[in-house]
Design a protein around this ligand. Structure first.
Ligand code: ZN
Length: 313
C-alpha cells in the first residue's frame, strides 16, 4: 500500500487533469449500444443515449431485516426477493441490470424499451404481492412488512465505465443523468406493491389502453373497465416540478387477462375496443396542475426533437 500523501496527491492530480477539459461525448444509436461492450475506464469518451427507461425495485423495510438471530431468514428473504426481481427484469430483456443494496434496477433501451420496462415493473410488483409476500408471511409471522415498491423514470443519459483503469473487477458503468436517480426517488416514495412513474414515463404510456384501463375483473360489482392510475406528486423531485407530477398504479396483472395484455403490449399494441369511454373520462378527471405539467413536458420534448434533427443535419 502506498503512503497516504501519495494516494491523496495522485487523486488530486487526476481531478485537476479531468476537470481541465470537458470529456468527448458521442451520440449512439440505442440499438448499437451493448452494456458489456463499453470501453475500458481509461477511455475518456462518454456515450449519450437519448431515451432510456429505468425500472427501480426497492425492498420495503429491509433495514429492519436483522443479521443477528434472524440472519438465516434475512438471507433467505434477500435471495427470494432480490434474486427474483432481477430474474423478472432479465426475462423482459433488460439491457443492463444492477443490484443496489437490497433492490435492483433494470435499464431498457432500443426496440420496445418502454413496453419491456413497463411489463417488467408491473411483473415485479405482481410477483411481490401475489407470490413473495404471502410465502414470507406463512414462514415468518411477525417479521417486518416487506415487499417491492417500484419506481420508473426515463430520459437521456451519459454512460461510461468508471473505476480502476485496466482492472475490470473494479469498474462499473455510470449512468449519469436524471432517469436512474428519478426512478430511485419514485420507488422510495411508493409503499410496497405500488408503482410510481415520473411525468415523462406517464406521457409515453398514457394513450396505451393495455396499461391505463383495467380489464374490469376483480372490481366490486363488476362495473367494467376503469382508469388505473392516480396523480401523485413525487416529493423528492420538487426541484423538477413537471417530472414530479407523476402517476401511481396500485393494481397488479389480472390472473386471467395479464398474460394477454403483456403480450399485446410487447407487440406494440395500444388500442382496446372496450376502453374508449374510460380513456375519455380519465383525461377529463386528471387535475389541472397535472395537465399543465404534461403540456410543458410535451413542448420541451418537441423542442428537443427539433434540436436533435438540427444536430443530425
Ligand atoms: Zn382480467
Amino acid at each position: 500500500m502506498k503512503a497516504l500523501e501519495v494516494i491523496l496527491g495522485k487523486v488530486e492530480d487526476d481531478v485537476a487533469k479531468v476537470l481541465e477539459k470537458n470529456p468527448p461525448v458521442e451520440d449512439v444509436d440505442p440499438d448499437d449500444l451493448d452494456a458489456d461492450g463499453l470501453p475500458d475506464a481509461q477511455n475518456e469518451s462518454w456515450f449519450r443515449i437519448d431515451e432510456l427507461v429505468v425500472v427501480f425495485a426497492d425492498l420495503q423495510n429491509s433495514t429492519q431485516l436483522g443479521t443477528g438471530k434472524h440472519a438465516a431468514s434475512t438471507a433467505a428473504i434477500y435471495r427470494a426477493a432480490t434474486g427474483n426481481a432481477v430474474q423478472v427484469m432479465h426475462e423482459f430483456e433488460a439491457n443492463f441490470i444492477q443490484i443496489q443494496g437490497d433492490g435492483a434496477f433494470g435499464l431498457f433501451w432500443g426496440r420496445r424499451a418502454l413496453e419491456r420496462a413497463m411489463c417488467a415493473g408491473i411483473t415485479v410488483k405482481t410477483f411481490s404481492e401475489k407470490a413473495l409476500v404471502p410465502k414470507l408471511k406463512s414462514r415468518w409471522d411477525g417479521d417486518p412488512d416487506t415487499g417491492f415498491k417500484v419506481g420508473m423514470g426515463s430520459g437521456r443519459v451519459l454512460v461510461k465505465n468508471v473505476g480502476t483503469p485496466r482492472n475490470e473487477n473494479e469498474q462499473e458503468p455510470i449512468w449519469a443523468g436524471k432517469p436512474v436517480n428519478y426512478a430511485a426517488k419514485a420507488a422510495q416514495q411508493a409503499t410496497r406493491h405500488q408503482l410510481i412513474v415520473t411525468g415523462s414515463v406517464w406521457d409515453a404510456i398514457k394513450n396505451n389502453d393495455y396499461l391505463t384501463v383495467s380489464c374490469g375483473h376483480g372490481t366490486s360489482g363488476g362495473s367494467g373497465p376503469s382508469g388505473l392510475w392516480e396523480d401523485v406528486e413525487i416529493t423528492k423531485l420538487t426541484h423538477d416540478t413537471d417530472e414530479a407530477k407523476g402517476r401511481l398504479l396500485k393494481t397488479c396483472w389480472c390472473d386471467s387477462c395479464g398474460p394477454g395484455f403483456a403480450a399485446a403490449i410487447l407487440r406494440g399494441e395500444t388500442d382496446r375496443d372496450d376502453a374508449g369511454p374510460v380513456r375519455a373520462a380519465a383525461t377529463a378527471f386528471s387535475s389541472r396542475l397535472f395537465e399543465e405539467a404534461a403540456r410543458r413536458r410535451e413542448e420541451r420534448t418537441l423542442a428537443r426533437k427539433r434540436g436533435l434533427s438540427v444536430r443530425k443535419r
